[in-house]
Structures are given as C-alpha cells and as structure tokens.
Design a binder for this molecule. Structure first.
Ligand SMILES: [Cu+2]
Length: 69
C-alpha cells in the first residue's frame, strides 16, 4: 500500500543538500516520491510499504549524511 511520511531533517545547509537528499531518497527501493524542503527542514516521502518502511527511509537519510529528528 502507498504511504506518506513527513520527516524532520537536520543538517541541510544549502540547495545542494536539498538535491542530494532528494536524489538519495528517490533512489531508495520502494520510494515513489520524495520532496525535500530546505526551508521547512522536511522530507515528504511517498512509499510502497510492501517494499520499504520508515526505518529504511530514515536509514537512507542517514546514509546521505543528514539526521532525522
Ligand atoms: Cu549543502
């Protein structure tokens, strides 16, 4: 099933961070959509919960070098 989460992200400082994280999330298996906002410090992710979960998405954020609050 399709699910949507909004994560609060710490560690983004410029538009490149926004792009990097957005790209990293989109490459994550099971992620359908990812919208990252530097201004709001959030990542809105739509994913297929049959393929991935919140834990994997949080891990993808960490692997990209940012923190999830
Ligand atoms: Cu940056």
């Amino acid at each position: 099933m399709k699910k949507k989460i909004i994560l609060n992200i710490e560690g983004m400082h410029c538009p490149m961070c926004e792009k990097n994280l957005s790209a990293a999330l989109k490459e994550t298996e099971g992620v359908k959509k990812a919208k990252v906002s530097l201004a709001d410090k959030t990542a809105t992710v739509v994913y297929d919960d049959g393929k991935t979960g919140e834990e994997q998405i949080r891990a993808a954020v960490k692997d990209a070098g940012y923190q999830v609050l």
